[in-house]
Ligand binder design. Structure first.
Ligand SMILES: [Fe+2]
Ligand SMILES: [Fe+2]
Length: 305
């Protein structure tokens, strides 16, 4: 298990995991692009074994998912008036400059002269940015789950993954609608999140799509949604997050159930190489600069599904 002993420098391309300058040097260079193409290297797999329920836990999850569908257009009250400043205060309290105190205290900081009103604007835009990353992450989940439908060899898993494709489409839909109709629109994808999603989609192994998206990203997203849901008092956002979270809990369970069976069958030698998984820089990230690129993606992964 030599890979497990890799140093931070080997994994991230920098000695200090929290080297802010290195992390911030990675930026989205093409914020105006409308299409982003990623090479999907996986084989599409047919199975001729149609025995439904051969995997009872997955079958149960599939049946549950079929009856738990909701309609983003009609099940949420989109007529609810939304006040972004009220959401901000609920999420971080009334001291809008609080989270930014460190940069206001830096020598010659241009932010030192910001008024409370300007800090509220910063806070609202920062919140819009966060919700935008949730939305982009949901699209990543949509593509990954469609990928799983193609690549997983079990019919019960294909059936269930098909319901998750519908779930994730609905999640993209609600975040996009909320941002566009209730807030001021959305921000481009964060460069680190983009690299992480690219890495997961590019991997040819179906268990890596599960591990990267269903376990890692979905787990983080569930925690982030749960935190925002517990703090928010804006009724539409709260209702929307509650609906999304009810789906996400199934998604994590799908990942755990599938990988539990698959990994139980693997011998040590066939376990996924950490060096080439979304948890580590991939083999294509061999150069110093690309290693830092890939390492930063993982180190700074924001929460989203
Ligand atoms: Fe989702
Ligand atoms: Fe999900």
């Amino acid at each position: 298990m030599a890979d497990a002993m890799s140093t931070d420098a080997e994994i991230l391309g920098r000695d200090d995991v929290n080297d802010l300058e290195a992390i911030l040097s990675i930026a989205n260079q093409d914020v105006s692009e409308t299409i982003h193409q990623v090479q999907d290297n996986a084989d599409a797999i047919f199975t001729w074994d149609y025995e439904k329920g051969a995997r009872p836990a997955l079958d149960k999850l599939y049946e549950k998912a079929k009856t738990a569908q909701w309609n983003a257009q009609t099940d949420l009250d989109w007529g609810t008036p939304v006040d972004p400043e009220r959401i901000l205060i609920a999420l971080q309290g009334s001291n809008a400059s609080g989270p930014f105190q460190a940069i206001t205290e830096m020598e010659d900081s241009p932010f030192a002269k910001f008024t409370e009103k300007e800090w509220i604007e910063v806070g609202v835009e920062s919140m819009n940015w966060r919700l935008s990353q949730f939305m982009h992450g949901e699209q990543g989940a949509l593509l990954c789950t469609a990928n799983i439908v193609e690549t997983v060899p079990w019919i019960d898993a294909k059936y269930y993954a098909a319901t998750q494709v519908m779930d994730e489409a609905r999640h993209v839909e609600v975040f996009a609608k909320y941002l566009q109709e209730k807030l001021t629109g959305f921000y481009p994808i964060n460069a680190h999140l983009k690299m992480l999603l690219d890495d997961i989609i590019e991997d040819s192994r179906w268990d890596m799509t599960y591990l990267g998206m269903q376990i890692m990203v979905e787990g983080l997203a569930l925690a982030a949604f749960g935190f925002m849901h517990s703090m928010a008092d804006e009724p539409l956002l709260k209702q929307m997050l509650r609906y999304v979270m009810s789906d996400e809990a199934r998604h994590v369970a799908f990942g755990v159930l599938s990988l539990k069976e698959y990994y139980a069958e693997l011998t040590i030698g066939r376990w996924p190489s950490a060096r080439s998984s979304p948890l580590r820089p991939r083999s294509g990230c061999g150069t110093a600069s690309s290693s830092r690129r890939c390492g930063s993606a993982w180190a700074s992964t924001p929460a989203r599904s």
